[in-house]
Structure formats: C-alpha cells, structure tokens
Write a protein that binds this ligand. Structure first.
Ligand code: ADP
Ligand code: MG
Length: 171
C-alpha cells in the first residue's frame, strides 16, 4: 500500500492486492465514529465491497460484509453499527423514498454507500467521497479519498498517520 497526500486534503492510496484493500478498510474501521458517511464510486469489481468488508473486520462486526444480493441495505452489528448500502439496483431517485434513509441516518452508526449518487444531494452536507479506479496491473487499485467537511479532512489525516506508521514499520 502506498499513500500520498494531495493539495486540499485529498488522500490517494495505491492498493496492490485484495488483501491490501481489506487491510485499508480494517484501519479505516478503527477511525470511524457515529454519523460518518462514505460514498464509494467506481466500476463494478473495483473493490468497493472489499473495502467495506475490511471495515466490518476493523469494527469487529458479527458478520463480514459481502455484496448484498437482494437487500439494498444491510446493517452490521459491531463496536459501531455499520450500514452498508448498495444502490446499484435502484432504478431512479423515486425508489429512494421507501428506503427512509434520513431515518436510518439518525442512528448512532457509520454509513458506507455504493452507487449512492442519487442519494448524495439529499443525505448530508458533509461526507467522504472515495473514488475507486483500476491501475496497470490486474490487482492494482487506486483509491482517492475526497473529504467534504472538517470531520472528513480529519479522517484523511488519521488515515495518513496510520498508513505512514505501517510503511515505516515495514508491514
Ligand atoms: N487491489 C485490489 N483491491 C480490491 N479488489 C481487488 C484488488 N485486486 C483484485 N481485486 C478483485 O476485484 C474484485 C473487487 O470486488 P468488489 O469489492 O465486490 O467490487 P465492487 O464492490 O466495487 O463491485 C474482487 O474480486 C477482488 O478479488
Ligand atoms: Mg460492490
């Protein structure tokens, strides 16, 4: 895993294997607080669910995240409850209302949303946007963390510190 800080507080992280993406999620899980909201964007197979899976490991959840097959929403019980939403099958913003996301978001939990573009405008003014892209090698993934709001700039700072430490201890 390599990490780079960019202007504006963005963080770019290079993952070279599924295990590294999971490890990143695990570290992120140790940083999350109630109310934290992440939007994950990028092609199918770019590693969004695997990152969430790592987060559930980091939160010592009672199950680890997988791609939801039927449900759009799954709640993982752990040190902090985690809501994993995959809105890929949402056919339009009209489908959003029955999900009552605003209500769910009042819970003391963290939230990670795949394909959440239709929900973005209405859910919160501050959040983290994580963009997943593929790199040159089959297992290369580039994760860009774009913080919107102070809390998310803080998360990037904490993440950067934790990853720096890993790099210097040669893990
Ligand atoms: N560096 C990597 N990070 C994450 N996934 C990777 C990586 N390299 C290969 N993969 C593979 O890519 C796929 C990612 O799947 P998934 O996390 O479900 O993607 P998404 O949720 O974005 O559709 C998995 O099959 C995983 O093994
Ligand atoms: Mg997925």
């Amino acid at each position: 895993m390599r990490v780079k800080k960019e202007a504006g507080g963005n963080l770019v992280i290079w993952s070279e294997s599924p295990a590294e993406t999971e490890e990143l999620g695990k570290i992120l899980g140790g940083i999350l607080l109630p109310g934290d909201l992440f939007f994950l964007s990028g092609d199918l197979g770019s590693g969004k669910t695997l990152l969430v899976r790592g987060v559930t490991i980091g939160l010592a959840s009672t199950e680890t995240a997988t791609s939801p097959t039927f449900a759009l929403i799954h709640r993982y019980e752990g040190k902090l409850p985690l809501y994993h939403l995959d809105l890929y099958r949402l056919s339009g913003p009209a489908d959003l209302a029955p999900l009552a996301l605003e209500e769910i978001m009042e819970e003391e939990a963290a939230f990670m949303i795949e394909w959440g573009e239709p929900a973005k405008a209405t859910l919160a003014a501050t959040y983290m946007e994580v963009e997943f892209a593929r790199g040159e090698q089959a297992e290369d993934r580039v994760l860009s963390f774009y913080p919107v709001g102070d809390r998310y700039r803080q998360i990037n700072h904490l993440l950067w510190q934790a990853l720096e430490k890993e790099q210097t201890t040669g893990k």
